[in-house]
Every structure is written in structure tokens, then in C-alpha cells.
Write a protein that binds this ligand. Structure first.
Ligand SMILES: NC(=O)c1ccc[n+]([C@@H]2O[C@H](COP(=O)([O-])OP(=O)(O)OC[C@H]3O[C@@H](n4cnc5c(N)ncnc54)[C@H](O)[C@@H]3O)[C@@H](O)[C@H]2O)c1
Length: 334
């Protein structure tokens, strides 16, 4: 099959592209590299079944009928991520989710392409129920600090469902819960890469509040299998949560990271940001009915991440040290 992946030079995108190429597909990546990196796709460049196009999806496609974009499936992942980017890239988040999604939807409409969008658990905002089922409508502040990402994803979901209803587009939505693994950017401030980076460089692990916020963490290999499964078997117009159902508090996670990295770093407790969500736990009944289950335990996944990531040295990237690192520590778990 010929498959388009927007945002394919990012963390999840790179892992997805590798799997798709291994399965024998032809893959085209569109990415403007705003939070992704060209080094992520370099290992694929020599593959004749791989094409990389540097493009901002906010800008119109010259022609939706462009032959190179005539594909059988579209994974629409492109979106700037990271709590540290919520201020500086707020507009880009909103416009990528709105105008960018509209542009990609038009491609899918013209070619009658199967379409999958990676939304986020953040559409539930600071949830008042646990676990969060797909029917839960969320608790989101439309002008809050996290709103560029939360409302951007909510708008994109609404637009996609409009295309399903109006144009009968064969589209499905995946709500992504925290996912981690190799290939995360050295500048990534999400909780696992941030704490791993601090532990591996023997710095105190910053914990917001008492670290009692609860999260789940899905290893990227399990996640990519789920994504491909939903693309294959997910029903048109349906939404699927995808993530792990094992909950950990941030302090438990930090303790596991210290144990696994065998470092003697200490904890540094900081004031908890007002917008830091208390919990996030996916109800997975819907996706389990398709035959998916997360298989990798947190310890196994962290071990693989530490081994693979330190091999490529990207967790201890020089740019992520010093002043910038201190600034990033003020941001909560994404
Ligand atoms: N990793 C997680 O835990 C998580 C959680 C919830 C949702 N998600 C969603 O999954 C998707 C992939 O996330 P990720 O973790 O790989 O993030 P990432 O930041 O590593 O990847 C996103 C990619 O999209 C690209 N991009 C952003 N705006 C673009 C634009 N206008 N045009 C073209 N390319 C653009 C970036 O350069 C980057 O390569 C995103 O949609 C994200 O919102 C991820």
C-alpha cells in the first residue's frame, strides 16, 4: 500500500514509519520539522519505498490531485507537541489542528482515502471521572493555559466527524494517552524523557507538588501496533482510546527511573502548576474488542528506552543541558 504520514519525522511518526516500511508499504512523510527532526527519518532515506517532503500542512497543497499524494491510507499525526510549547507554539497548534487538518481532509476526500487522526487524551481536559471512556465529554477550559492543544484537538475531531457525516469520509480517531520510547526528541519535556535525562545526567529529579498526579505510560511499539490495528479494523466515525491502563503516580515513576538508571539523584519538589491535570486513565474496552492490548510493562519499556536512547546519546543531547533544562523543569507532566 501507499501510505501518507503527516508528522512522520516526530517521535510516534518515526516509529510508525519504521513498522510500515518493515511491512513492505510505500511511505510518504510530510513534516515541517517544527517539533520533529530530520535525523529521525535519515535511516529511511536510502529506502526506495520512502519519500520525505518538508511541508507545513497549514499551507495549501498545490493540488489535492497531486499524484505523489495519491495514497491508500493517511495517518494524520502532525501537530506541535510539548507543554513547554503551549505558549510559544500556541498559534501553530491551533492552526495545524484546524487549517492543517482541513487541508489533509481535503486530500482524503478527493482520493476517498482511509484516514486516521491522532487526537489526545487532553480532549478530556482535567477529567472528573476515571477511567475516561470515549463517551466522556471532558472538562476543558477554552481559554486555559493548555487550551491551544486541548481545543485544537477537539476542533480537529469535530471537523473530521463533519467530513464523515457530510462526505461519508472513511475516517477514524485515536485518542492518544502518554506514550514513550526511543526516538523522543532531546528537547522533549514530557515526563519520561525529562526525568530520564535528569537521572542520566545525575541531576535532581524535579517533581511538581508531591508527585501524586497519576498517569499511564504506553511503550511506543505497543502503541504503533494499536494504531495500525485501528487503521485496519477501526470503524468509520468511531473514536478509540489508545494507551496503557497501568497507573503510576509521578513519584512512583521517578523512583522506578532512579532504580533503573542506577543513579543516586535526589528529588527536588517544586510548586505544582495550576493547570497540571490530576489523573488520566483510558478505558480500553473499545480497542480491546479490536484485539489490542498493551504488552510491555513500564520497567521493560524504560529499559529498552534507556538502552536504545543512550546508544544514540539523544537523551543527553548537549542542547538539553544547562539553562534550557532549568527552564523546562517548571513544566508539568504532559
Ligand atoms: N506521545 C504522546 O504521548 C502523545 C500523547 C497524546 C497525543 N499525541 C499525538 O500524537 C501525534 C504524534 O505525537 P509525537 O509524540 O510523535 O509528537 P512530535 O512532536 O514528536 O511529532 C509531531 C510531528 O508533527 C510535525 N508537525 C507539527 N506541525 C506541523 C505542520 N503544521 N505541518 C507539518 N508537520 C507538522 C512536527 O514537526 C513533528 O515531527 C501528535 O498529533 C500528538 O498530538 C502524542
Amino acid at each position: 500500500m501507499r501510505i501518507l504520514v503527516t508528522g512522520g519525522a516526530g517521535f510516534i511518526g518515526t516509529n510508525l514509519v519504521r513498522s510500515l516500511l518493515e511491512q513492505g508499504h510505500e511511505v510518504i512523510v510530510l513534516d515541517n520539522l517544527i517539533t520533529g527532526h530530520v535525523k529521525n527519518v535519515l535511516p529511511f532515506i536510502a529506502n526506495p519505498r520512502f519519500t520525505f517532503i518538508e511541508k507545513d500542512i497549514i499551507n495549501p497543497f498545490v493540488s489535492a490531485k497531486n499524484e505523489i499524494l495519491t495514497v491508500d491510507q493517511i495517518y494524520h499525526l502532525a501537530c506541535p507537541t510539548g507543554v513547554n510549547n503551549l505558549g510559544s507554539l500556541a498559534e501553530e497548534m491551533l492552526l495545524t489542528c484546524a487549517i492543517g487538518t482541513k487541508n489533509v481532509l481535503e486530500l482524503a476526500k478527493v482520493h476517498k482515502t482511509r484516514f486516521l487522526f491522532t487526537s489526545s487524551s487532553e480532549v478530556y481536559g482535567d477529567p472528573e471521572v476515571s477511567p475516561q471512556k470515549e463517551e466522556y465529554t471532558g472538562n476543558v477550559d477554552p481559554t486555559g493555559f493548555r487550551s491551544p492543544y486541548e481545543e485544537g484537538k477537539r476542533f480537529a475531531e469535530s471537523l473530521i466527524i463533519s467530513y464523515v457525516r457530510k462526505y461519508n469520509l472513511d475516517a477514524t480517531i485515536v485518542r492518544v494517552f502518554n506514550t514513550y520510547g526511543p526516538q523522543m526528541s532531546p528537547k522533549d519535556t514530557r515526563v519520561i524523557p525529562r526525568l530520564l535525562r535528569l537521572a542520566l545526567t545525575k541531576k535532581p529529579l524535579t517533581i511538581h507538588g508531591k508527585g501524586l498526579q497519576r498517569r499511564t505510560f504506553c511503550y511506543v511499539d505497543d502503541f504503533v501496533k494499536g494504531l495500525i490495528l485501528v487503521m485496519g479494523k477501526g470503524k468509520k466515525g468511531q473514536v478509540y482510546n489508545l494507551g496503557s491502563e497501568s497507573e503510576f503516580s509521578i513519584i512512583e515513576l521517578a523512583q522506578i527511573i532512579l532504580e533503573m538508571t542506577k543513579t543516586k539523584s535526589t528529588f527536588k519538589f517544586t510548586k505544582r502548576p495550576a493547570h497540571d491535570h490530576q489523573m488520566r486513565l483510558p478505558a480500553l474496552e473499545k480497542i480491546k474488542k479490536l484485539g489490542w492490548r498493551p504488552k510491555t510493562s513500564l520497567k521493560e519499556g524504560l529499559k529498552k528506552t534507556i538502552n536504545l536512547q543512550t546508544e544514540s546519546a539523544s537523551l543527553v543531547h548537549k542542547d538539553s543541558m544547562g539553562k534550557k533544562e532549568e527552564k523546562w523543569q517548571q513544566y508539568p507532566a504532559f
